[in-house]
Design a binder for this molecule. Sequence first.
Ligand SMILES: NC(=O)c1ccc[n+]([C@@H]2O[C@H](COP(=O)([O-])OP(=O)(O)OC[C@H]3O[C@@H](n4cnc5c(N)ncnc54)[C@H](OP(=O)(O)O)[C@@H]3O)[C@@H](O)[C@H]2O)c1
Length: 309
Amino acid sequence: MRVFVVGATGAIGTRLVPQLIKHGHQVIGTYRSPGNAGRVRALGAEPVAMDLLDPRAVRVAILEAEPEAIVHQATALAGVRFGRSLDRSFGPTNRLRTEGTDALLAAAREAGTRRFVAQSFASYRYAREGGPVKTEDDPLDPDPPAMARETNAAMRHLDQAVTNAGGIALRYGGFYGAAGDGLVQPVRKRQFPVIGQGGGISSFVHLDDAAAATVLALDRDGPSLYNIVDDEPAPMSQWLPALAAALGARPPRRVPLWLARLIAGQGMVMMADGSRGASNAKAKRELGWTLSYPSWRQGFPAAYAQARP
Ligand SMILES: NC(=O)c1ccc[n+]([C@@H]2O[C@H](COP(=O)([O-])OP(=O)(O)OC[C@H]3O[C@@H](n4cnc5c(N)ncnc54)[C@H](OP(=O)(O)O)[C@@H]3O)[C@@H](O)[C@H]2O)c1
């Protein structure tokens, strides 16, 4: 198929493009930062400069490329500082997930593009009630922390707009598998503590496994939602010390809930204390997805062996 990958130069895009080509697809890859055309070409794709927040440019790029499938992997998270407000940090990404998705879907309709797959997120989104691990049929959190409301609404918009159009939204777990992963420096510097009992559940996925699931999703008709996460949703009290060990760092500090609420805010406390994980059963069953790293227990040491001091 002719596959149009939006965000070919990102953390997932750079893993996805070579896997698509290996699978026999012809890839057109977009970038936004000037100078990134060479990176796209080196991945084996035909580069196209495109700002996803410019609907006219999106329309022209899609109509010219005439793709049979579009994969939306654009976010604006490189170099972002994460403070108390997730909505502030995610503001530009939220626009890519709302306005950007809408622009791509409109262009896809006009171009007659058959398949549409887009990046969504699984961790910290499911309702904080009942069991620790949630399927795609379980309800989303109806009352996310105030500092993450717009971010949650943007992901909800993407899920709904994509599936309403017959596409597939992939709710990925927390990505890891690159030296520059967001948690590496804070964990190494012991700036990322276990909060309270650290009972909140996170779901992770290695970037190579996330890319493999995306390739498989392109072979299926939508509409559908899939959690693309590993086999072992786990509490912070388990995965965070394991991540520190994999990085050769000292064990994480421990901070009581009240202090974390004061310093880091309610959103961080929710992730550490109340969040639920996600089940990958549907993705394995329907996509035939098998993971190279079924758990972060093997994945963290494999990913960071080179990064140890
Ligand atoms: N599920 C998760 O845990 C998750 C999801 C996403 C990202 N992250 C993490 O966030 C960090 C940064 O992510 P990243 O390396 O993928 O970088 P990023 O800055 O989020 O960029 C991702 C892609 O989107 C493109 N892009 C950005 N703004 C755009 C726009 N206005 N129009 C069109 N395309 C646009 C970028 O193009 P250019 O490169 O040309 O600017 C790039 O190809 C990584 O550590 C990553 O693992 C985690």
